[in-house]
Design a protein around this ligand. Structure first.
Ligand SMILES: Nc1ncnc2c1ncn2[C@@H]1O[C@H](COP(=O)(O)OP(=O)(O)OP(=O)(O)O)[C@@H](O)[C@H]1O
Ligand SMILES: [Mg+2]
Length: 339
């Protein structure tokens, strides 16, 4: 049964005092799928993952994993899942093998089975050579591979990964992504990953839920999410203006046809425009202010653009936006959402 769901989330909500971190979200994850929660800092990704992995209790709503309720049948749920989060502990003075033995023993796995599994898992992440080395001597990338392997000791059907490439160098990020893909392909493990990295979501996930301020604002495959932009008659312009000034940027921002204007560097603007005459309007406005266009390019949409298009702000702006909204109250937030 290809389309059978393994995770069902219904109206899941988590509040901390008056603050709603996860706001009434619903989605399903299919068996064997790599599912991504993509969003900026504070969007509620980790809180969602913590609820699904039984580490935090929902304030409202429900979710099941493999048919088991995450609150009522948490013990059963724990048998099905593995979790990799930033807050994992490894014992620096123990070797790679000793660490895995220790954590494996917490699962009541028979000793001979565990011994074999530890060796296999170390091989899987290419750490066999280092099995007798203290984890304290490992690089960040090696430690993260240990974290992932640790979550696999109980051979979970669902693996939750919270920001698995955070703080890794590009090479280690590639390795972790490759490993997640391999695990998914060869073992059929369902993977739920949170990330604020567009590239992770794009390269890894079968489907992506874009989250912002506790809500799912879009959910689809990467390709379909990008169609939201092309379908909406929106184009992305990369403009190089030799004599770019803040006054000129303001002028472009005020144009009716521009959805967003982002300054990439001292001479480059990235502009989301809509409408047939958008290009002409932008160029006319720049010429009128004696701006010198040195190059212009029409870009393919990225997930970042999709996020910007849907929420009206950039992934990296979101933390600041939140502070502003708190300052100016709910009305400011409402206005921003309507854009
Ligand atoms: N235990 C807690 N008590 C109070 N507020 C919390 C708690 N845990 C999370 N929050 C708040 O809930 C919001 C969502 O947090 P969460 O960690 O889920 O976000 P995130 O999407 O994982 O962000 P990040 O990219 O920073 O990891 C944040 O504003 C955070 O400050
Ligand atoms: Mg987080």
């Amino acid at each position: 049964m290809e389309n059978e769901s393994i995770i069902e989330v219904q109206n899941l909500t988590k509040t901390f005092g008056k603050f709603t971190a996860v706001d009434n979200i619903s989605f399903t994850v299919k068996k064997g799928e790599v599912f991504g929660l993509l969003g900026p800092n504070g969007a509620g990704k980790s809180t969602t993952l913590r609820m699904l992995s039984t580490l935090a209790r929902p304030t409202k709503g429900t979710a099941t994993i493999g048919g088991y309720d995450i609150v009522k049948h948490d013990t059963e749920v724990r048998k099905l899942i593995g979790i990799v989060s930033e807050k994992m502990i490894m014992y620096n003075r123990l070797t790679a093998k000793e660490n895995l033995w220790f954590f494996g023993s917490l699962f009541n796995i028979p000793k001979d089975v565990l011994t074999k599994r530890v060796d296999e898992l170390l091989e899987l992440v290419q750490l066999t050579k280092w099995k007798n080395a203290q984890v304290g001597t490992f690089s960040t990338g090696m430690r993260q591979r240990m974290n992932v392997v640790r979550a696999l000791l109980n051979m979970p059907r669902v693996l939750f990964l919270d920001e698995p490439t955070l703080g890794l160098d590009p090479q280690s990020s590639v390795e972790i992504r490759e490993f997640i893909k391999k695990l998914n392909r060869e073992n059929g493990t369902t993977v739920v990953i949170t990330t604020h990295m567009m590239v992770d979501a794009d390269l890894l996930c079968d489907r992506i839920a874009i989250v912002d301020q506790g809500k799912i604002v879009a959910l689809d495959t990467s390709a379909n999410l990008k169609k939201i932009i092309s379908g909406a008659d929106t184009k992305i312009l990369n403009l190089n203006i030799a004599n770019l000034t803040s006054e000129l940027i303001e002028t472009i921002r005020k144009l009716h046809c521009t959805d967003s204007v982002t300054q990439e560097n001292s001479t480059t603007l990235k502009i989301l425009v809509h409408g047939d005459e958008a290009f002409d309007s932008v160029i006319d406005a720049i010429r009128k202010k004696n701006g010198k266009i040195s190059s212009m390019e029409n870009l393919q949409p990225t997930l970042e653009d999709v996020f910007l298009h849907i929420t009206g702000h950039q992934v990296r702006d979101s933390a600041d936006q939140k502070i502003q909204n708190e300052k100016h109250g709910p009305f400011a937030q409402q206005q921003r959402r309507i854009r």
